[in-house]
Design a protein around this ligand. Structure first.
Ligand SMILES: C[S@@+](CC[C@H](N)C(=O)[O-])C[C@H]1O[C@@H](n2cnc3c(N)ncnc32)[C@H](O)[C@@H]1O
Length: 288
């Protein structure tokens, strides 16, 4: 259901697209600006995005549709992070690289003229976004598949639909009202989960019988089935970054597993009858 607030936002984006199309810098075809027109995130919102994403000097930040570069420039200049902006408009890329030069941070902040769909995201520890809702939906599979588990995604105002954010918050930004009619910003945060779909064999130290489980994952939602134990169940499977937790029911007893996922293996600790034991699991090769 479109709320009035969304209609106001979209109305603003369409006006901005028209103005931008009519503007002087017509080196790119406006149709290529598939993520929406150039509308900079206000500095106060950029500061909150960087704080919300917990960005620090070890991070490599990629802003997809980087406009004048404000997000990557702020992360590199104030927080000593590194990063890259990907932007379809070469004039904005030139402007961003000139700003990096002026700030003396060209070793940490670079900008590239490219369509976001062609960008290699594998190096990013954080991706930032301020793109139209349709583009968010089109980009989400690429982001989910290319970023490594534990990488964060911070978005200004728009989200990934049924891939629910791990966290979000809305705050007053009066300076946005004259721009898009809404005096607030909402930020969304996702942590990329490890990919766990498939069949896994679990072994617990000191317990002879192995257990097979089957996990099915759609973004953050994971369903699990215990395959070889009658009368027992698997529940509460959660993955955040590389961290996994789940429960296996054995009769009336609930055994809580916690551990880390590394590609096709996972392992950690489980409490069995009051004692902590180590567990490991290996993923079965996918059936052809
Ligand atoms: C709303 S602005 C956001 C700018 C910047 N990220 C910020 O938050 O200040 C969206 C930007 O994405 C760029 N853009 C749109 N479609 C794109 C695409 N397919 N590939 C790369 N950049 C794109 C636009 O030119 C515009 O500068």
């Amino acid at each position: 259901m479109w709320t009035k607030r969304w209609m106001r936002r979209l109305g603003f984006w369409l006006t901005a697209a028209t103005l931008s199309a009519a503007g002087a810098q017509a080196q790119i075809k406006e149709a290529d600006r598939t993520g929406g027109p150039y509308v900079p995130t206000p500095q106060v919102v950029v500061d909150q995005m960087l704080r919300f994403g917990n960005i620090g000097e070890k991070d490599y930040v990629m802003d997809l549709g980087s406009g004048d570069g404000v997000i990557v420039l702020t992360a590199a200049h104030r927080l000593k992070a590194s990063g890259m902006g990907i932007e379809i408009d070469p004039e904005l890329v030139q402007r961003s690289n000139a700003s990096a030069k002026k700030l003396g941070i060209t070793d940490r902040a670079t900008f590239q003229a490219q369509d976001v769909f062609k960008a290699d995201l594998s190096r990013a520890t954080v991706v930032t976004l301020y793109l139209l809702p349709g583009m968010m939906m089109n980009l989400r599979n690429k982001i989910y598949n290319e970023l490594r588990p534990g990488a964060r995604v911070v978005s200004h105002d728009y989200h990934f639909g049924d891939w629910e954010a791990d966290d979000r918050f809305t705050f007053d930004v009066p300076e946005k009202e004259p721009i898009n009619g809404v005096p607030s910003a909402t930020l969304y945060l996702w942590t990329i989960p490890a990919k766990v779909s498939g069949r896994w064999q679990i072994k617990v130290d000191g317990v002879e019988a192995a257990r097979d489980i089957e996990l099915t994952q759609v973004f953050h939602k994971i369903n699990g089935t215990l395959l070889n134990a009658a009368g027992s169940g698997l529940s509460d499977v959660r993955v955040k970054g590389e961290d996994i937790t789940f429960s296996i029911w054995n009769g009336g007893a609930r055994h809580h597993y916690r551990g880390k996922v590394k590609d096709n293996t996972m392992g950690g600790m489980v409490n069995l009858n009051g004692k902590d034991a180590r567990w490991q699991a290996v993923k079965a090769a996918a059936q052809k």
